[in-house]
Ligand binder design. Structure first.
Ligand SMILES: [Zn+2]
Length: 485
């Protein structure tokens, strides 16, 4: 630590300032090569993410995606039109969206636009006339394709099991079914309409507006609408034969859906697990304040998923094995629903900010168990630390910069350990005030912003603590200053 910084940190007011200085140093340490800037009136491909340089775009903020899709079960092909409402943040002679399907036509503000595919998912759009900085504009993209045939390396978030198809995945999935600024720093409203042969169900995010337009005998059109913005990867769709349970809990409409490929006994077990969601939301509200959204839900598809659960907004997608495991189901439901506060209402600014999402979701499992009179969260910290302290590979993955290959690895253990250690250092009052203020203020924020907010909650100098738990690549020493009790 530079001498200047040490001096600055000598007073409580100086501490917050010190963390800001340090953040600037870290910000430069976190700079990675990204796509070169284009002309000043051209949007760029890529939102500047250090790990995924071609994900997202620059030059505009998405406001809403209205996705209207027709699913052909025989050819497993979709024909779709997505209307993007957006606001330009600079003059746009051209701009990009992410889409891995084949584009047929594009209109911008009602006029035909030129377009060009490049790379895996870049669609460059050249409107008939330049969009002015600050202007609202609409983009209508007509496209089609067979999403199940599309793979990026071994990434294939369009899943199929029998006559059931699902788009769900993190950090990527939207490019397999709708054009978007595919980056968590630009959440937007979602409106999902899917037309399928009668007899199939379609489940997505938000509120079920209608399950059938009633105008066609052989087809049903399902319409789902979100009332709060969401990141692109938090949207999902599944098409198949599903059993649905609908109702209202604590004034919020819920839809739970379980694949009919599960046996009747499995389905009733899965619904019993999903029905715990209302109670779990109540427990999480006691810790973090109001649930941020207006709908609740959960979906259990037939697929073997690569994840136990995914925090798709208002309606997590759960792996069937996880939800049918009586002991594990409440854990995974707690984890995914905690993401509604951490990860969904507040999205990661860049993918290397994953700590602010996964650490809280994972710690919530400990916090909820402790509140219910079960194992204390501090015992979990000590237990995991004892198990991991000799494992250099575990600590080498840092919380500030885990790297794209280790994005979803040690954060599930190191993350909640760091939070519990912080709780031990700053006390319950400051710890929960931080969690509430952070999660109740929607937006897209970084680990550095979180550290600054944490520092503002205490007169304890947190710089050495953050060095040990967030920045460091070795096991934190077992000291009181590092939060061990
Ligand atoms: Zn998670």
């Amino acid at each position: 630590m530079p001498v200047l910084l040490v001096l600055v940190l000598a007073t409580p007011a100086g501490i917050a300032y010190g963390v800001r200085l340090w953040r600037q140093q870290l910000a430069s340490a976190k700079t990675y090569p990204t796509t070169p800037p284009g002309a000043p009136d051209e949007g760029r491909s890529g939102a500047g993410d250090p790990y995924f340089s071609d994900y997202g775009s620059s030059g505009y903020d998405a406001v809403k995606y209205a996705i209207s899709m027709d699913w052909d079960v025989d050819t497993e092909t979709l024909q779709a039109t997505t209307t993007i409402t957006a606001k330009a943040t600079q003059p746009l002679r051209s701009f990009y969206v992410d889409l891995a399907l084949r584009t047929r036509a594009v209109r911008v503000n009602g006029r035909p636009a030129q377009f060009e595919h490049s790379g895996f998912q870049d669609l460059k759009i050249i409107p008939a006339s330049t969009i002015a900085a600050g202007a609202d504009f609409t983009v209508v993209v007509e496209y089609s394709g067979t999403p199940g045939m599309i793979k990026r390396g071994d990434v294939a978030p369009w899943l199929k099991t029998g006559s059931e198809w699902t788009a769900a995945g993190e950090p990527e999935s939207s490019a397999w079914w709708f054009p978007a600024n595919d980056h968590p720093s630009d959440p937007a409203l979602m409106d999902v309409t899917v037309r399928v042969p009668a007899g199939l169900e379609v489940v997505s995010v938000g509120r079920l507006e209608s399950a059938d337009s009633g105008t066609e005998a052989d087809f049903d059109t399902w319409h789902w609408v979100s009332r709060q913005p969401m990141a692109t990867y938090l949207n999902f769709v599944t098409i198949g034969q599903y059993q649905l349970q609908q109702g209202v809990v604590d004034g919020r409409p819920y839809v739970y859906a379980v694949s009919e490929q599960l046996s009747e006994a499995e389905r009733s077990k899965a619904f019993a697990a999903l029905q715990q969601s209302g109670q779990i939301v109540g427990d999480l509200e006691a810790m973090y304040g109001d649930y941020p959204f207006t709908e609740l839900g959960g979906v259990v598809p037939a697929h073997q998923l690569r994840f136990a659960g995914l925090e798709t907004q208002t309606r997590p997608v759960y792996e069937r094995g996880a939800i049918l495991n009586h002991g594990f189901a409440p854990e995974v439901i707690t984890h995914e629903l905690a993401h509604m506060w951490f990860g969904d209402n507040v999205t990661v600014r860049q993918w290397n900010d994953i700590f602010t999402s996964e650490a809280y979701a994972s710690w919530s499992q400990w916090g909820r168990a402790e509140r219910a009179g079960g194992r204390r969260a501090n015992d979990e910290l000590n237990r995991l630390y004892d198990r991991a302290k000799e494992r250099d590979d575990f600590w080498r993955v840092t919380m500030i910069d885990p790297g794209p290959d280790k994005l979803f690895s040690t954060v599930y253990a190191r993350g909640p350990m760091a939070l519990q250690a912080l709780r031990n250092v700053i006390g319950d009052k400051a710890f929960f005030a931080l969690a509430r203020e952070w999660s109740q203020n929607p937006g897209s924020r970084s680990v550095e912003e979180w550290m600054v907010k944490a520092q503002a909650k205490t007169s304890v100098d947190l710089v050495p603590f953050f060095q040990a738990w967030i920045i460091g690549s070795t096991a934190p020493a077992r000291t009181a200053a590092n939060g061990f009790r």
